[in-house]
Design a protein around this ligand. Structure first.
Ligand code: UDX
Length: 475
């Protein structure tokens, strides 16, 4: 089939490359000439494992091309995927739909034959219906076009794999013909046994925001439990493992720590809150506000714990930050909890050095203050404390004994609960982890064997000063 993919950001670039790989002729469209030139060379404008290979393979095979011309797109195909961004609006929690609306408006006037537009961006419920009205009034006489919604669930770092082998495909359609076309587009993926949910557009739109809200809720739930664990000496990792054995609960997305960030989860729960309020059902999802608040509190708890490890002040202390991206295997620093913590600590007088395996350029662009270092061991040189803020496997592979020799004081805060505490403690480190006791209790022994961290000054949970990077949570 001939398809276009309009908007070649994270979602669109991966979708275009993967659709070409399953056998379609694909034209990717974007207004950004630099991005289009890079994609045409097989270069992904962001770090995503496996994507350059899929791009190159299909560019060479002639099934994938890129353009900046929407006219060319309208002439090329009669199925158009809309993958442009829906960021949070600057003036509210709501999603900014201007890019989606602009694409639909512009494309409508260029279509010369019957077409199907398929939105993939995350949008508030009711958007497809509103866009269908915009489309209808802009079409040329005699041309028919329909709009369907097919939300995307891919995760950064696994985007290629998630596109080829998704957990499910969800389509929101208003006609059997649109459903038939989408089944044909995804035929090779469906043939592998992927679940296919065909429903109305409103349900399809809601599936995406409900799924992301549920994931965010799971993370904030376990982070709330981590706070309770810290107050009682219980261990949140064992708690999550034990809860996760219950098949109804499951262990995934129950990793406590610094919380969620990125371009999706935070903005999606806020946009959902805003849309629910417009629909007069704000109260039904008002818990999402608390999910967001719990999430931001983990950033403050991390700063407080670091401050305690330093004896109550950041002033003049050297802090090594391991990790800048919002999660490992990505170079994305959008709403990165790690960078928010680094910014706050730098604001409070520390001499901060940040390392990240892939995100240094992006981090430097949004947060110019700290020093950036391309080598993890060098970043830790003479550090008074090391903060493990993004759980890259690279950091689990560090040799704690060798690292102890380069720091000024072997103190580490594992804000992702991803390091082996026994290993680091055996190498002489004072390790603190969120929601975990200061030493791992031996089975069958009393709490008396646990060592408590010396508390020197710095009360926990001091509210962040106005204007601090941590006070930038949404209203
Ligand atoms: C998310 C959804 O998973 C995906 O389905 C949707 O299409 C886009 O949004 P992504 O933003 O790539 O994907 O990140 P995800 O892997 O979901 O992680 C989100 C954040 O939650 C990260 O900051 C991660 O560190 C954090 N997280 C995740 C936790 O803190 N604990 C966990 O147990 C899991």
């Amino acid at each position: 089939m001939r398809l276009t993919v309009i908007g070649t950001g994270y979602l669109g670039a991966v979708h275009a490359a993967c659709m070409a790989d399953i056998g379609h002729d694909v034209l990717g469209v974007d207004t950004d000439t630099t991005k289009i030139a890079a994609l045409a060379q097989g270069q992904a404008p962001f770090f995503e494992p496996g994507l350059p290979e899929v791009l190159t393979r299909n560019n060479r095979g002639g099934r994938l091309r890129f353009t900046t011309s929407l006219q060319e797109a309208a002439d090329f195909a009669d199925v158009h995927f809309v993958c442009v961004g829906t960021p949070q609006r600057a003036d509210s929690l709501a999603a900014d739909l201007t890019h989606v609306e602009a694409v639909v408006d512009a494309l409508a006037g260029l279509l010369t034959r019957d077409s199907l537009l398929v939105g993939k961006s995350t949008v508030p419920v009711g958007t497809t219906r509103a866009l269908a009205r915009r489309l209808a009034v802009r079409l040329r006489p005699g041309v028919k076009a329909e709009i369907a919604w097919n939300p995307e669930f891919l995760r950064e770092g696994f985007a290629v794999q998630d596109t080829f082998r998704p957990d499910r495909l969800v389509v929101g359609v208003t006609s059997p013909e649109a459903d038939r076309v989408l089944r044909e587009v995804y035929a090779p993926i469906l043939a592998a046994g992927t679940a296919y949910v065909s429903t109305d557009p409103a349900t399809a739109e809601l599936v995406k925001v409900a799924a992301n809200s549920f994931l965010a809720t799971k993370i904030s739930f376990i982070n709330a439990m981590a706070e309770v664990c810290d107050a009682t000496g219980a261990d949140v990792v064992t708690l999550a493992d034990a809860m996760g054995h219950d098949a109804r609960i499951g262990r995934r997305f129950l990793s406590a720590g610094l919380g969620f960030g990125g371009g999706c989860l935070p903005k999606d729960i806020r946009a959902f809150l805003a849309r629910a309020e417009e629909l007069k059902v704000g109260e039904a999802v008002s818990f999402l506000r608390q999910i967001d608040e719990i999430n931001h509190r983990q950033r403050r708890r991390t700063v407080d714990a670091a401050c305690q490890l330093l004896g109550g002040t950041f002033d003049g202390q050297r802090v090594a930050v391991l990790g800048a991206t919002f999660k490992p295997d990505s170079d994305d620093v959008r709403d990165s909890p790690a960078l928010a913590v680094a910014a706050e600590i730098a604001d409070r007088g520390a001499d901060v050095v940040v390392h990240d395996p892939k995100g240094l350029d992006n981090a430097r662009a949004v947060l110019p203050g700290p020093a950036y270092c391309a080598d993890a061991t060098e970043a830790c040189r003479d550090a008074d404390v090391v903060l493990h803020l993004t759980e890259w496997s690279h950091y689990r592979d560090l040799d704690p004994a060798a690292l102890a020799d380069v720091v000024r004081a072997p103190r580490i805060l594992d804000a992702r609960n991803a390091l082996d505490p026994a290993l680091w403690r055996a190498a002489g480190w004072h390790l603190r982890a969120l929601g975990r006791p200061a030493s791992v209790p031996q089975p069958g022994t009393s709490d008396a064997r646990r060592v408590t961290i010396p508390q020197r000054g710095a009360p926990e949970s001091a509210a962040p000063a106005a204007g601090s990077p941590l006070s930038r949570a949404p209203k």
